[in-house]
Design a protein around this ligand. Structure first.
Ligand SMILES: Cc1cc2nc3c(=O)[nH]c(=O)nc-3n(C[C@H](O)[C@H](O)[C@H](O)COP(=O)(O)OP(=O)(O)OC[C@H]3O[C@@H](n4cnc5c(N)ncnc54)[C@H](O)[C@@H]3O)c2cc1C
Length: 432
């Protein structure tokens, strides 16, 4: 397995639980959960999921496509397996709670719709302990982990992967290689460029994808409290059918909510996470306002270009009518250049930024105390890079049937979907 992220960790767990007798090796450019630092947001045991907000969404319309491959009922059953795993390795499983809003509140109408679905909350603070417990289980089960080695090439024809240590002291060493019988490729967002390179090199057939881009919105939580009471991770949405544009709020963090910088392709974009420990409480709320735009000819290239235009001095932008950028949970400034007007942002995202601006203005109507007490970090982007075409029954490449793509590398966008995809592939391997 390439990548020790959520997808492959769940795949390995499924195999071990079912007495799989083959040798399982997982190689990752990050560190084991004991040595991984807080600043290593995307790499190491459990991948981006390891330092995430630990919100496990429980609906097939959220977090990427799963029911497309395996149908609704199977998707829900796979989600259950992932959630059970997180509880199983949790030091206090009784603290894992599910929020399940049931009615769309009247006050958000007529401006927004609200997508209602259950979310299981694990809590960022527990993920470290979960990681250690889970890791111990896999090591005891015979899984070999190879840490701090970056895979730079995979030869799908000869079943060989090439990798090299990322430690500076080994910079002069030669590449190493390993042969596989079956490969599960789960490199997540941090390996998105690598996945794209392989797709091009092997001319892998792909599925068409829309663009998803927008901003990370941040404001004091008090303005949103009456909606948070109904739905912790609320998903406001609206659609402009005739324009091929839809918008939604994405990944809401509350109470101890911090904006996080993501680095993809060398550019900065934004995301968010929340801490569970009361000592981190800052009474802020942050969420993405993401637009999905259909019909852009080369969506991936377009989004890359927009993100590039939204960088100044190697980082993203921050705009607020009244506020300053916040700090991270470690008390450092969130990296962003504050701009005093929306012109640059609007120009880079044209013609689509007005949809985001209208969304914010309508939130001011729904949440009357909000007024100008908000800020946006720009951009937030979900690179839906061309998704390699896979056999829906086992997520194997249509050209290389012993190579399975899982998780964010297959356009998942969340922990539950990624873990479920890994489990789905493991079930196929066990069956065979
Ligand atoms: C700040 C933040 C907060 C988030 N919060 C949530 C949340 O609350 N809920 C939710 O559902 N989702 C959340 N997500 C998204 C979620 O974490 C991912 O969707 C999920 O982790 C994807 O799983 P994966 O296994 O595909 O990849 P990942 O978990 O990202 O793991 C990929 C692994 O591959 C390794 N890798 C990459 N390239 C190479 C290479 N060339 N060689 C060797 N190893 C490599 C990386 O080191 C990494 O460990 C968050 C993401 C971030 C960044």
């Amino acid at each position: 397995m390439v990548g020790a992220g959520v997808a492959n960790v769940n795949a390995a767990t499924k195999l071990i639980d079912n007495g799989y007798e083959g040798k399982i090796t997982i190689i990752d450019m990050g560190k084991n959960p004991y040595d991984r630092k807080y600043s290593e947001v995307m790499e190491g045991f459990l991948g981006a999921g390891g330092w995430s907000d630990g919100k496990l969404t429980y609906h097939t319309s959220i977090g990427g496509q799963l029911s497309k491959y395996c149908g609704e009922d199977k998707a829900m059953e796979l989600f259950d397996q992932v959630i059970t795993n997180f509880k199983r390795f949790h030091p206090k499983p009784e603290e894992v709670q599910c929020s399940n809003p049931i009615a769309e509140p009247d006050f958000i109408k007529p401006y927004f719709g609200l997508r209602l679905f259950p979310v299981w909350h694990v809590g960022t603070d527990y993920l470290h302990e979960i990681g250690k417990n889970w890791y111990n289980f896999l090591v005891d089960g015979g899984v070999e982990f190879i840490w701090e080695q970056k895979v730079s090439d995979i030869n799908f024809r000869h079943n060989e992967i090439t990798f090299k240590s990322i430690k500076p002291e080994f910079a002069n060493m030669d590449n190493d290689s390993l042969f596989y019988d079956t490969l599960i490729f789960g490199v997540g967002k941090s390996g998105i460029d690598f996945g794209k390179k392989l797709a091009e090199q092997y001319k892998l057939p792909t599925e068409p994808k829309p663009v998803q881009i927008g901003v990370r919105f941040e404001a004091p939580q008090k303005h949103f409290q009456k909606l948070i009471d109904v739905s912790y991770d609320f998903k406001l949405y609206r659609k402009y059918e005739d324009k091929g544009v839809s918008l939604r709020s994405f990944c809401t963090n509350n109470n101890a909510a911090y904006v996080a910088v993501e680095e993809t392709y060398g550019d900065h974009s934004y995301n968010g996470h929340a801490k569970k420990d009361e000592s981190f409480r800052n009474n802020m709320t942050n969420f993405g306002i993401l637009m999905e735009v259909q019909g852009i000819k080369k969506p991936f290239e377009w989004a890359r270009d927009v993100v590039k235009k939204l960088q100044i001095d190697g980082t993203g932008l921050y705009y607020s009518p009244t506020r300053k950028p916040s700090t991270t949970s470690e008390g450092k400034n969130v990296s962003a250049i504050q701009v005093d007007r929306l012109h640059e942002i609007s120009k880079a995202m044209q013609p689509y930024f007005p949809y985001v601006y209208d969304f914010i203005n309508d939130m001011k109507k729904v949440f009357p105390t909000l007024k100008d007490d908000w800020g946006i970090y720009v951009p937030e982007v979900k690179y839906l890079s061309p998704e390699p075409l896979v056999d829906y029954t086992n997520l194997a490449l249509t050209k290389y049937s012993n190579v399975h793509f899982v998780g964010d590398a297959l356009s998942a966008r969340g922990i539950t979907v990624s873990g479920a995809q890994g489990t789905y592939v493991a079930e196929h391997i066990l069956k065979n």
